[in-house]
Design a protein around this ligand. Structure first.
Ligand code: GAF
Length: 380
């Protein structure tokens, strides 16, 4: 996005001098549905971001404008509540969290723009939350720490968007670094950057352009199923707090419900896979890394059941191709993108070929993005 154009568009809606920030979308190399189970994830911020401009008002109104929807939304800071309109919730939820934490805010204008495709599983909502948190921190001199911005965003998602997400998306948006992925321990919140050296290869996202409506309900159900497994294990092992603490033998011993067992087993395996995949990446063994990605897809699709025909198709068609070392659905599931590790010289041909087969199969256009690990939340 052209920053000067963005600032000019801001000025055409709000005349006051603005404070401008950005927060990016994210990819996740591996470690899906592990964050809310206290496990590991391996995400990175990407070169697509949400841009926010803010200015103070002299009253207590909150006036928002979203470029994507060409729409204003107005409310009062003393009357915060989730709205059925959707997009304002990611902003209002953050304001609500700030107020609950005792931060002093007054009315403000906020302009929202960006190039993170919406509904593509690239965490545009987390990017909006983190950009809002950072912008308001700058505007009202709140001095929020990076982790606090991420945690406020996560809670905004729980309370105003109704998705009981983990911390991965907000964390990646805030902590992203150029050319590095981050291995985050979602239980302790300790993290380490890992160089993303994939010389001769690219990360290609293939967007199904579908978002099945059962997504957020099923997401919350999966979380409950994981909690049910923990509750069953806790009966004998009271120190167990999260699936991260559960071993396969414990699961076999105490979880009798097959459905719960299968879901929990996937998560336990996936947590272990993140460490293995990370070692493969550090060792420069991209073939092995890719094999882990395929394994993750298989688990998400067959055991965890959060895939859909479009995502399965996209992984299936690239699986036999030499050009693709690994592929899997990415994020919460039920639509959005697959992430593919592709030989650089084959990227263009692959996109063309897969787009054609996808169109033939689903009568739908595919969108492709070549992305790179990029810096997290910052000032413009
Ligand atoms: C969504 C959630 F927001 C994340 O917290 C994470 O659980 C992910 O799905 C699945 O790994 O993006």
């Amino acid at each position: 996005m052209h920053i000067a154009d963005f600032k000019a568009r801001y000025s055409s809606h709000f005349q006051e001098a603005g404070t401008f920030v950005f927060s990016p979308g994210r990819i996740n190399i591996i470690g899906e549905h592990t964050d809310y189970n206290g496990g590991f994830v391996l995400p990175a911020a990407i070169n697509h971001a949400i841009y926010v401009g803010v200015s103070k008002r002299t009253d207590t109104k909150i006036v928002l404008y979203a470029e994507d929807f060409k729409a204003y939304f107005e409310t009062d800071i003393h009357a915060l509540a989730p709205t059925e309109i959707g997009w304002p919730n990611y902003i209002l939820g953050v304001v609500d969290q700030l107020i609950k934490r005792g931060y002093s805010l007054s009315g403000f204008n906020l302009y929202l723009d960006g190039d993170v495709p919406l509904g593509a599983g690239l965490s545009s909502s987390a990017a909006v939350e983190c950009a809002t948190g950072y912008a308001l921190s700058e505007l009202f001199a709140l001095n929020l720490g990076k982790m606090e911005i991420a945690q406020i965003g996560q809670l905004a998602e729980h309370t105003f968007a109704g998705v009981n997400c983990g911390i991965m998306d907000q964390f990646a948006s805030v902590f992203g670094k150029e050319n590095e992925v981050v291995k985050l321990d979602c239980r302790s919140l300790a993290y380490e950057y890992v160089p993303f050296d994939i010389t001769g290869h690219k990360i290609v996202l293939l967007n199904t352009n579908v978002k099945h409506s059962l997504g957020s309900t099923a997401y919350n159900t999966r979380r409950e199923q994981c909690e049910a497994a923990v509750a069953a294990v806790k009966v004998k092992y009271p120190d167990v707090a999260l699936l991260r603490d559960v071993t396969v033998p414990m699961l076999g011993e105490l979880v009798t419900d097959l459905e719960i067992y299968t879901k929990a087993r996937f998560v336990i395996d996936e947590i272990a896979r993140v460490t293995q995949a990370c070692e493969a990446l550090r060792a420069g063994d991209l073939k092995k890394l890719g094999a882990y990605m395929y394994e993750t897809h298989e688990g998400l699709s067959q055991a965890y059941e959060v895939s859909c025909p479009e995502l399965d198709f996209l992984v299936e068609v690239v699986k036999s191709k030499e050009a693709v070392l690994g592929a899997r659905m990415m994020g919460g599931g039920f639509g959005g993108c697959t992430i593919n590790l592709v030989k650089e010289e084959e990227v263009a041909a692959l996109i063309e070929e897969v787009s054609t087969s996808y169109l033939t199969e689903f009568k739908k256009e595919l969108t492709a993005y070549v992305v790179t690990p990029s810096p997290g939340t910052g000032k413009l």
